[in-house]
Write a protein of this length. Structure first.
Length: 148
């Protein structure tokens, strides 16, 4: 019996895969629980059309991420923060502060997409990675300076 999976199922397949299962498993568990539908010719055509449209949307999202990455390549940030007399920061600089500085420069980037590899506890130069898409990321250098 051929079915089209509606969600990822361990040891069987991923969403939108066409797989063969034993008739009892498909008829008594997968289809009634909404995890799969029967792979009729019309359902296969609908799946192919859905995949084609999704590929177009994903390509558009990736192109937008590439455009933003090109704009972000030359950007450097300077973050002023309170510093002790020994040069250590009270607290730390994190992705939220970097996202705010990018927003001030006109780049709307989700703070969850920004990754700072090293913990920023001292004054100096660091690098943050912005993941705009699963295939597109850009590194942004930033400098932490004393707020006076």
């Amino acid at each position: 019996m051929e079915i089209i999976l509606k969600e990822d199922i361990a040891s069987l397949g991923f969403k939108n895969d066409i797989v063969s299962v034993k008739p009892g498993y498909g008829r008594n568990y997968l289809i009634p629980s909404g995890k799969a539908i029967l792979a009729t010719p019309s359902a296969k055509k609908m799946l192919a059309e859905e995949l084609r449209q999704r590929a177009h949307k994903l390509e558009k999202i990736k192109n937008e991420a590439l455009e933003l990455a090109k704009k972000l390549e030359g950007v450097t940030l300077t973050i002023a923060t309170k510093v002790s007399s020994t040069g250590t920061i009270f607290g730390s600089v994190n992705n939220i502060q970097i996202a705010e500085k990018l927003a001030e420069k006109g780049f709307e980037v989700d703070r969850k997409a920004i990754v700072v590899k090293d913990t920023v506890k001292e004054v100096g130069n660091y690098v943050a990675t912005v993941r705009l898409h699963k295939e597109v990321s850009v590194e942004i250098p930033f400098e932490v300076v004393s707020e006076e």
